[in-house]
Design a protein. Sequence first.
Length: 156
Amino acid sequence: MNRTSPYYCRRSVLSLLISALIYAPPGMTAFTPDVIGVVNDETVDGSQRVDERGTTNNTHIINHGQQNVHGGVSNGSLIESGGYQDVGSHNNFVGQANNTTINGGRQTIHDGGISTGTIIDSGNQDVYTGGISNGTTIKGGNSHCSGQVILATVLQ
């Protein structure tokens, strides 16, 4: 197609728009702020609430993003530097965080919250009264505990 064709400009604009979508940085990804169903593979850089009706899978928490798992379930989250995950109960439903990796961020488990299979590469896990941490592996970060139940923690 030559440059004088009326379709040349349209193709150029379309190519530009497609390349902008392909190369958009992950922080630009939209996420579900109030999770009441199942959401997969989201990047959270704001505030996300997962209540008793919600489940998230493979969430990436970055740039001061915060995920509040209050009665819901979070599976396979990655908490990067500046990210935060808060796990606790809501309306008598237990909040659960399963197989979370902390890489510079922070996870807080409090009353009615259960963390299972967390790996702390760097960053912190804080477990408070009424919180349960089960099967945590600490490779290079910290776990702070206060009046809680800790089961099978491994230091590497």
